[in-house]
Write a new protein. Structure first.
Length: 311
């Protein structure tokens, strides 16, 4: 090995020694208790990642200079084993993987310099594949357990919420049940079905609109309401107010964005239009406000939507 190779070997040795010291501190400290211990452990692990990266960087340069037969694949698989070892080690509770980032680079360096790389290439690759396989297995099992836990939690939440849905009655306003309409409740359809049976649903939605409750705009097409003059008046008023706010360009720019507050009334407007209601005043104000924005595809599509509701 020439002087350059010796320098790289020295640098790798220094990084390896520091890594060994850091890993010893991690695995000998015991389980984390939280707070400052967890904060310190995080920095120790970050330092270990950096040092391991340095070790494999210098080792890669050495192998590049030596050019052993098949050395690239052995190097890549052994490096992957090191990454897998850190995954298996976690926060340091599992100790045995900490030896992998220390043993593999020294072993790979030794067989390369001794000329035994060709003979030991396959055994080293097989050994390196073990932590990789364990990491994949652990990750897969963990993912399955997480999915199972989520499904169990969702099923439990659904059962609890179904009991709440059964209590829906005329004694509580619709806005009391809004959390059950969210998809994560698991009982959205059951809740909407129960709300459709309420005699007070029309007056509740009108009260919500009068109080600027935007949830009423989503519920209007879903609760089998009547397009009463009062509901048309409230929806028109909402659109006029929304148009006035849109003219201030609250985002600070002159380009309309998709999915903003200007789109909020559209489901209710479509429902009202389909049921013969008249919200031309509010729709016209929304269109006038949209025309004050820069001409883009989003604005053009929005105006086409409004024009269709004006017909």
């Amino acid at each position: 090995m020439d002087a350059g190779g010796i320098l790289l070997a020295v640098l790798m040795s220094v990084a390896w020694a520091l890594l060994a010291f850091d890993l010893y501190g991690i695995v000998s400290a015991g389980p984390l208790l939280g707070g400052e211990s967890r904060y310190s452990r995080g920095w120790e692990l970050l330092w270990a990642y950096v040092l391991a990266g340095a070790v494999w960087f210098f080792l890669g340069l050495i192998l590049y200079r030596v050019q052993p037969t098949g050395g690239l694949w052995v190097y890549l698989l052994a490096a992957a084993a090191t990454v897998s070892a850190f995954f298996l080690m976690g926060d340091g509770e599992t100790r045995w993987p900490a030896g992998i980032p220390l043993v593999l680079p020294i072993f790979l360096m030794g067989i390369t310099l001794s000329g035994l790389g060709s003979a030991l290439r396959l055994p080293l690759m097989l050994v390196s594949a073990i932590p990789c396989g364990l990491a994949v297995w652990t990750l897969g099992v963990s993912a399955i357990q997480d999915v199972s836990s989520q499904h169990a939690a969702q099923a439990d939440r659904r059962q609890q919420n179904l009991a709440v849905v059964a209590a829906i009655g005329e004694d509580q306003p619709i806005w009391h049940w809004l959390p059950l309409i969210k998809e994560e409740s698991g009982v959205r359809e059951e809740t909407l079905g129960a709300l459709r049976k309420l005699k007070r649903r029309q007056s509740d939605i009108e009260a919500m609109l009068a109080d600027e409750g935007f949830e009423a705009l989503e519920l209007m097409p879903l609760l089998e309401l009547e397009p009463t003059p009062r509901l048309q008046q409230l929806l028109n008023a909402w659109c006029v107010k929304t148009a006035g706010y849109a003219r201030t360009k609250p985002g600070g720019g002159d380009e309309m964005l998709a999915g903003t507050f200007m789109d909020t009334p559209l489901p209710a407007l479509r429902w009202m239009h389909a049921h013969g209601g008249d919200c031309r005043e509010g729709i016209s104000q929304l269109k006038a406000a949209a025309l004050e924005y820069r001409d883009t595809k989003i604005r053009a599509g929005y105006i086409r939507e409004l024009d269709g509701l004006l017909r």
